[in-house]
Each structure stands twice: as C-alpha cells, then as structure tokens.
Design a protein around this ligand. Structure first.
Ligand SMILES: Nc1ncnc2c1ncn2[C@@H]1O[C@H](COP(=O)(O)OP(=O)(O)OP(=O)(O)O)[C@@H](O)[C@H]1O
Length: 275
C-alpha cells in the first residue's frame, strides 16, 4: 500500500486522493491507466504533477475535476477516491475551477460576458455578476479588452479570461492542465508571473499539470513525479525556494539543482518496470 504524497501533517487536506485506480475499456480491451494514486493537497498549496507523456496526468486531473470516471470497487455505491474538504467528489462542480490548454471560451460572448456566463450558472444575479466579472477581468489585467470577443484576443489573453472565469465563482481549488502549453516562451513566462501574483493574493489550492519542469519548480510548493505503465506516483519533491519568486530565481543554483533532480526522477520513473 502506497503512503499518500502528503502535504503537511498538521493541516487537514483540502484535496484527498486515496487508492485511486483508473482503467479504460473493458474485457480484453481493458487498459490500466492509473494505479493506487494517493495524494493530499493542503489548503493554499500549489502542487504540480509531472511525468512522461501518457502516464495519466490529464486523466488524474479530469477525475479530480469530476469530468472523468474512476474505477469503483464498490460497484456503484457511494464511493469516491477523491474528497474535497472531506466531501466525496462524483461530478464536476463550482467548488473546482478548471483551466485547460485549449481555450474553452464561448466564441459568441465577449471576455466580460464569458466570465458573467459562468457566474450566471453559479446563480448570481445580474448586477452582482457584472461587478464580480469586472473585478476578475481587472485581476488578470484585461480591462481594456473586456468587450473583445475571443477571436480578437491572443492566446495569452484568452487564457487570462479562462483564469478570470475559473476564479470568479470563488472555487475551493483551481485545476490546471497545461494551461500555458500552447503559448510562446515570453507569453508563457508572463502568464506564470501573473498566476503567481493571483495565487499569492488569493492563496488558492492549485493542482497543476505540466510537461515543463522549470515551470513546475518556479510555481510549486511540491512536485509530484508520476511514472508510467500504469501511472503511479513515484516521487515527491518539496520546493523550498523563497516566495515571492521572480524570474531571476530560475538561474540560481538551488533552482537548477532541483530542476535537475526532478528531470532525473521523471526519466527514472519512465523507465521503471510496472509493479
Ligand atoms: N478516453 C480514453 N480512452 C482510452 N484511453 C485513453 C482515454 N483517455 C486517455 N487514454 C489513455 O490514457 C493514457 C494516459 O493519458 P493522459 O492524457 O492522462 O496522459 P498524460 O500524462 O496527460 O499525457 P500527455 O503528457 O501526453 O498529455 C494514455 O495512454 C491515453 O492514450
């Protein structure tokens, strides 16, 4: 039995994943994707998940988001391997804000309206919706583009709207799957800095999937390395670099040493035999 990749033993976990298993397909076609994933995130913790392509990072995040099913040994009873604040997760919900790599904005609505639309789904009345959407558009520094449509926005701007939208209904957690993966290097760096500022202001609990080890070290409190065949948590690294972090930190010896260790762990986890 694998011990959970634990946050801080003192604080109750915001997110608790226990013995999570996931297979796709049935019978002879069945493929085991995730095996016995155990992971805790403390409140306000920023945790990144890294690992070789196909190890199940996105599947894990989708299960936490309630967008993908898990293997249920109870045969459909009230069982969930995922808990938020102790409550079992079965479906998608407004307690989790989700940001994907692909831009998921509604093209017929402006930036402001995209945020308002989410708030309408959350049951907020019109004047309050407008105020909260404006506040979050300002948070991601897009005031001048509030009335622009997605087709008029750059990739980075669209992701800023997606982040504003995900934060606007005050979720307990932010789940991000390669949110900056499609952006050029400079925009990506700007978005990382923006996310850090927002995170430091709001102190959200974040589960972040990335291929980019430098990004993981720069942003995270902890980094979880997954291995493949099937996907499992292989190693966890605490990032003890001081905050607030600036872009210069990536050139420090401590940063580079940790980046090197994580890369080595990913390589080793990708080569380990199942079991
Ligand atoms: N709906 C599905 N049906 C069958 N297999 C699937 C499905 N979704 C994902 N898989 C498989 O599950 C495995 C894990 O996929 P997943 O996208 O979670 O990995 P990942 O670590 O996020 O990969 P990447 O880093 O390349 O994005 C892959 O082998 C993939 O082909």
């Amino acid at each position: 039995m694998t011990a959970p990749a634990s946050a801080s033993p003192a604080s109750p976990p915001k997110l608790e994943i226990r013995h999570l298993n996931k297979s796709f397909g049935t019978g002879a076609q069945q493929i085991e994707i995730l095996r016995d994933i155990n992971l805790d995130l403390a409140a306000n913790e920023f945790v990144s998940v890294v690992g070789t392509s196909g190890c199940g990072k996105s599947t894990l995040l989708s299960i936490v988001a309630g967008l993908e099913t898990f293997d249920d040994p109870s045969g459909g009873r009230d069982y969930s391997p995922v808990r938020i604040d102790g409550a079992p997760v079965f479906d998608a919900g407004l307690d989790r804000g989700v940001v994907f790599q692909s831009y998921t904005l509604l093209p017929w609505l402006t930036a402001q309206q995209n945020v308002e639309f989410a708030l309408q789904a959350a049951g907020m009345e019109a004047a309050e919706r407008r105020r909260v959407a404006e506040e979050h558009i300002a948070l991601v520094k897009l005031e001048r583009f509030a009335n622009a449509y997605p087709s008029e926005l750059s990739g980075g701007m669209k992701q800023r709207v997606a982040i504003a939208r995900a934060l606007s209904y005050r979720p307990k957690m932010l789940l991000m799957d390669e949110p900056f993966g499609a952006l050029d290097a400079l925009t990506r760096q700007q978005m990382q800095e923006l996310l850090m500022q927002v995170w430091e202001q709001h102190r959200l609990t974040v589960l972040f999937v990335t291929h980019d080890v430098e990004e993981a070290v720069y942003l995270s409190d902890r980094i979880v390395v997954m291995g493949i065949g099937p996907g499992r948590v292989r190693e966890t690294f605490r990032v003890d670099l001081p905050r607030p972090r600036t872009s210069e930190i990536v050139e420090t010896e401590e940063f580079l040493a940790l980046q090197h260790k994580v890369l080595k762990a990913i390589r080793e986890a990708a080569q380990r035999l199942p079991g």
